[in-house]
Ligand binder design. Sequence first.
Ligand code: 2IT
Length: 445
Amino acid sequence: MNVQKIMTSLEAKHPGEKEYLQAVHEVLESIEEVYNQHPEFEKARIVERIVEPDRIFTFRVNWVDDNGDVQTNLAYRVQFNSAIGPYKGGLRFHPSVNLSILKFLSFEQTFKNALTTLPMGGGKGGSDFNPAGKSDEEIMRFCQAFMLELWRVIGPDTDVPAGDIGVGGREIGYLYGMFKKLAREHTGVLTGKGITWGGSLIRPEATGYGGLYFVQHMLHKAGKNIEGKRIAVSGFGNVAWGAAQKATQLGAKIVAISGPDGVIEIPNGMTFEMIDYLLDLRASNRDIVSPFAEKFPESKFTAGKKAWIVPCDIALPCAFQNELNGDDAKHLIANGTWCCAEISNMGCTPEAIKEFQDAKILFAPGKAVNAGGVATSGLEMTQNAMHISWGAQEVDDRLHQIMENIHHACVQYGTQPEGYVNYVKGANVAGFMKVATAMLEQGIV
Ligand code: 2IT
């Protein structure tokens, strides 16, 4: 395999799709060595096939806002790879959504889902619809109009969407209601459903909880402990909430959270009351974090700054792709940070990852660290298929076991001769080997 040649050809075919090209480049660099040890992969042109999605649906969504004005949004579903199971991955509603972002997310999802050990392929979808400031009725009308197009291409054994940024329990409810009406069936076609109608306990918490279980294993391997450590988190959505909750339960201190408007510093660490308030803040639909400091005077808001200005032991990106850049990484390292784990998808830029790895600090990528979310979606699918529901402890135990297995796979494939674990390489190689082998065995399709 010649990484540069493949990248040049992809750049020519998909000009300007920078997030997608970034995600592909990272995986190809990591797998080059093992790929070259498998001439059967080269012969079947696995790399050329694995970097392109199976298919993409693009559609227009029209809906009427509260003023009676007609609105038009663009929407997509990328069905990336189904070698090991039905397409699976979230829906993102955010003004930044474009094909490059959804292709990067569904490409990453393919390897992440492989790491979970559950039978799920990779997919992702969404729209440039901006939920901020929309009324509940507007959200419902948009979700219904979106599903009117999407329903024909999804199904419990075909493609199972879920939430992502801008799509939470409320949106999944509206989407599911419309699917059920159109398809006239009540099946596990979406995950993240309400608990009374097929949802799984622990799914809302799972991405954050799983991330912290992974961090615990990383720290344990390095002979460290999470208790009393200061953690900076970016974001204040569902993922940040779950991460803050589990970290605090484990005795760590959340000293920072952030939003698009700035950062909140909480020098003594967040209380459970503060953590619960994140849900109210998110439900207010304004996408700002500053009201937190008005409600809790022991915290401090700084406008226009990121969570990474706050001194911490552990940095946990929980919001967006590329939210932590090379300068942020340098700043964190200078402030004494010794661990960074992406709970967001591709939260760090390649420059930031290089800074962390060169400094030999603990660093793990999103496709390993945040896989607990989709893993628990997989457990929701299992429960739906069996027409039963498990208790919270059972789901949490399974989640914990899955995160331990993912950590183990990263260590197995990512340990360098001198002992440093390159978790990026470990996650990419482990995920790739599984998907590539399945593709090989299924022939040229
Ligand atoms: O990025 C992700 O893994 C998610 N947004 C969750 C996907 C899922 O199907 O639960």
